[in-house]
Design a protein around this ligand. Structure first.
Ligand SMILES: Nc1ncnc2c1ncn2[C@@H]1O[C@H](COP(=O)(O)OP(=O)(O)O)[C@@H](O)[C@H]1O
Ligand SMILES: [Mg+2]
Length: 489
């Protein structure tokens, strides 16, 4: 027999089951209130409503049925408190009003606005808990789903609402105009963004270039740049190690004082081009091979060696609020990886200072690959895995964006407590997301193949409850938006 009323019950005060007429639009993700009249207590004067979220919906005997989770109790004064866990039977269930959702957000200190909640009863802001960016965050969605745009919205809001310093590894030159305000930006946002020290590093001859300091990198990282293997290239590797030892170890980034005994490494620090001739001058066979390797790989022709200029890490040390590293302005993938590795190594080496920093990596599969192909990629991947596992307590927090979860190393994915999923059509990817992010309800993940551009599922520690949202609008100029097809007329 079909029901004309709505019914909800809970045997443990944590979950509920419901039955509503099939015409009701209530479904997964919807926030509801359940009309339980709890007795008044000294702590909670007045009757309460239970607030819940529907997780599943199926059809049974002509009705819609399913279950959900209880999020809290709504007190008569409009506040939401943790549910007392009391069971109930046969209660009325209705879509929650906007005010109820806002009360929940207020309780969870969710204040960082990134868009609008998909909600049937009134407009409700989609709000994240800014203090929860002290965890790692994963953003994924297929190409064109709006990831980079969404990342831009999120970064702008973090710039406005927090004081969290950030560094952005930007492989497609998408964030190089983040300092330029759109006219549509509200005066308040515009003023706040204008006063921040946001620096764009870009190898275009106009900006501060994107550079690393080869000789300040860890030995293993330098060896990876040189594609040196300690066993297959025994002789050269050994020469390389001795070359490092001969360096008297100037301060990282400091110019070598003239009085120091000459060494390949210290000379190379200021002028890497002197490395091959210094190696040849030793007359050793392995040194000659190493010189040939350096020349054949064309490493000295890379634009990324800092020389007398500032490396990316040195720019970060000056304390700007945000640094965009335009990896897209570099010529080769190896250069992008070398700069990323040098930066990640330096951030890690500096971890004891416990300076909070959000490390944003767009197209993160390049830097933290599930299947690293080269030694350079292996090292960047290992470094990010280390930061993912241990960085939190040192204030190193990741924000990674990519198309497919399977392209990111699983040891990094499993460390992410916050997730944003945009349109995702591949069933295999959804299975993986469900397995890794147990806090993202499967029924909401199942909706992601049907998302429009800019729609997202947000779940995890940085939201009061998982929700489907529409991302808001950017306030600064997008860098590398899609090139339109030329049309006649
Ligand atoms: N929420 C949005 N509002 C307006 N335009 C958007 C939105 N999301 C994406 N776009 C536009 O769609 C295109 C692709 O978005 P992008 O963020 O680059 O996708 P992805 O990084 O997922 O490949 C860009 O030109 C971008 O400007
Ligand atoms: Mg993108």
């Amino acid at each position: 027999m079909t029901t004309e009323t709505t019914l909800a019950e809970s045997f443990d005060g944590r979950r509920f089951t419901y039955r509503v007429p099939r015409v009701s639009s209530i479904g997964p993700g919807d926030f509801v209130t359940i009309g339980v009249a709890f007795p008044e207590t000294a702590e909670h004067p007045g009757e309460a409503l239970v607030m819940g979220q529907v997780l599943t919906r199926a059809t049974k005997a002509g009705d819609a049925v399913g279950h959900g989770r209880i999020l809290g109790e709504l007190r008569p004064d409009g506040t939401v408190v943790t549910s007392g866990g009391d069971p109930f039977t046969s209660q009325d269930l209705a879509p929650a009003g906007a005010g109820v959702l806002e009360a929940l957000q207020a309780r969870e200190r969710a204040t960082l606005r990134i868009g609008d909640l998909h909600h049937s009863r009134g407009n409700v802001d989609a709000l994240l808990q800014p203090h929860r960016f002290n965890r790692h965050t994963f953003l994924c969605g297929q190409s064109g789903s709006g990831k980079t745009y969404a990342l831009g919205v999120l970064l702008e809001q973090l710039l406005i609402d927090t004081d969290l310093p950030m560094v952005i590894l930007d492989p497609n030159s998408d964030f190089v105009r983040i300092g330029e305000l759109l006219e549509s930006a509200s005066p308040g946002d515009a003023e706040r963004l204008r006063e921040l020290d946001v620096r764009v590093l870009r190898n275009d001859g106009e900006h501060h270039p994107v550079t690393a300091r080869l000789t300040a990198m860890e030995a293993a990282s330098q060896a990876a740049v040189l594609q040196l293997d300690p066993l297959t290239d025994r002789g050269e590797y050994n020469t390389f190690l001795r070359m490092l030892e001969s360096a008297t170890g100037p301060e990282v980034g400091a110019a070598a004082p003239a009085a120091r005994p000459p060494s390949i490494a210290t000379e190379g620090m200021l002028n890497p081009h002197s490395i091959p001739s210094a190696l040849r001058a030793t007359g050793e066979a392995d040194a000659l091979r190493l010189a040939q390797r350096v020349e054949n790989l064309g490493i000295l022709d890379w634009d990324v060696w800092a020389g007398v200029g500032q490396s990316v890490s040195e720019v970060l040390d000056e304390g700007p609020r945000a640094v965009v590293v335009d990896l897209g302005s570099l010529h080769t993938h190896e250069e992008q990886l070398a700069v990323s590795l040098a930066l990640l190594d330096d951030l890690w080496a500096d971890r004891a200072t416990r300076k909070p920093r959000l490390i944003v990596i767009d197209e993160a599969h390049n830097v933290v690959s599930a299947e690293p192909a080269t030694q350079l990629q292996r090292l960047t991947t290992e470094r990010v895995i280390q930061i993912a596992a241990e960085g939190r307590k040192f204030g190193l927090w990741l924000l990674l964006s990519t198309q497919r979860p399977s392209k990111i190393h699983p040891n990094v994915l499993s460390q992410c407590d916050n997730v944003i999923v945009m349109r995702m059509s591949s069933p295999a990817d959804l299975v993986e997301l469900e397995a890794v992010f147990g806090f993202a309800p499967p029924e909401l993940l199942a909706a992601t193949p049907f998302f429009h551009q800019g729609e997202a599922l947000i779940a995890g520690g940085f939201v009061p409850a998982p929700a489907i949202i529409q991302m808001g609008a950017r306030r600064t100029v997008e860098g590398g938006s899609d090139v339109p097809v030329p049309m006649p007329g």
